[in-house]
Design a protein around this ligand. Structure first.
Ligand code: DGY
Length: 322
């Protein structure tokens, strides 16, 4: 039997590529450069399936331009699917799958890394030291803020939000408040307070960490108005999606020191990071590292493969979205 043709848009961990090759006629991307929109259209016309990553924008134009030529399934490499127009995909009869569960711990760790970095001013101080400007220990200098007893506000109490809450509660003795789009049982957290609105959470929290999906109505969930509600000593952490925050409003708040700082792993127009943000010392910046461990990226690839294998075996893929 001929193998289905699979187009993979980026280099994947070797073990994942080997597994895919055992099941599919795989077209890899030897240059590992992002596909243009035209190339995505061509890929969907030439492959029975496409395996894009979260940085490939499969919008309505791409799906419409590809027509109903060949592609039968989109297996996204990532849990977030805001890079794909799900309505257009549904209209075109294209199932979409993602890779939930396997990147929870890695992403929660990066949220904590950013939280510690920015509250303890780690990268700011490291840069000062590397620049040869450290003049020695001084009791009243280089002081950050401790996390013990502070309020962590989590927006989006899904798997990753919960993993961050557990780390902050058990590891640092933080108090947890959260908003989530639906009611939630949280058996693993002895105390966590559900709040009714994002605004309430912004007012109460010493650190706010975002774990909601991007796109749609969540775009600019945190804008000028929400930033104005934050305490002057509060910090904002984003490891979810860049479009959750109005980046210009955040930059202004950081420049004017209206909030104490931010830790960002995701940006509105990746890989573009506004120059002003890059110059500020009250923001810690990472290049979308949330899931970037070999173990996690391999597990994500294996999940993307599981979904494709199930589909071409005539079964329902385990991680169908929507
Ligand atoms: C995802 O899976 O959505 C992440 O952003 C990639 O790390």
């Amino acid at each position: 039997m001929t193998k289905p043709r699979l187009i993979v848009t980026r280099k994947l961990p070797d073990a994942v590529e080997d597994r895919l090759k055992a099941h599919f006629a795989v077209a890899l991307n030897p240059s590992d450069q992002p596909f243009s929109q035209e190339r995505l259209v061509a890929a969907m016309q030439q492959g029975d399936a496409i395996l894009p990553t979260v940085s490939d924008r499969i919008d309505a134009q791409v799906i419409e331009a590809a027509g109903r030529r060949r592609c039968r399934i989109i297996s996204n490499f990532g849990v977030g699917v805001s890079n794909i127009d799900l309505r257009a995909a549904e209209f075109a009869g294209l199932p979409v799958t993602n890779t939930p569960g396997v990147l929870t711990d890695a992403t929660a760790d990066i949220a904590i890394l950013l939280m510690l970095s920015v509250t303890r001013r780690a990268w700011e101080m490291e840069s000062m030291l590397r620049a040869g400007k450290w003049t020695g220990f001084a009791p009243a200098m280089n002081l950050g803020s401790g996390l013990q007893g502070k309020v962590l506000g989590i927006i989006g109490m899904g798997r990753i939000g919960q993993a961050v809450a557990e780390r902050a509660y058990f590891g640092f003795g933080m108090k947890i408040v959260y908003v989530n789009r639906s009611a939630r049982d949280l058996p693993q957290l002895p105390t966590a307070t559900a709040l009714g609105t994002v605004d309430e959470l912004m007012e109460l929290s010493d650190v706010v960490s975002l774990h909601a999906p991007g796109g749609g109505e969540n775009s600019h969930l945190i804008g000028e108005a929400q930033l104005k509600l934050m305490k002057p000593g509060a910090f904002l952490i984003n490891t979810a999606r860049g479009d959750l925050i109005d980046e210009r409003a955040l930059t202004n708040a950081l420049v004017e020191r209206r909030i104490a700082g931010a830790g960002l792993d995701v940006f509105a127009e990746e890989p573009r990071v506004p120059a002003v943000l890059r110059r500020l010392n009250n923001v810690a910046l990472l290049p979308h590292l949330g899931s970037a461990t070999l173990e996690t990226r391999t597990a994500m690839g294996m999940k993307a493969a599981d979904n494709l294998i199930a589909f071409f075996d005539g079964k329902s893929p385990p991680d169908l979205v929507g």
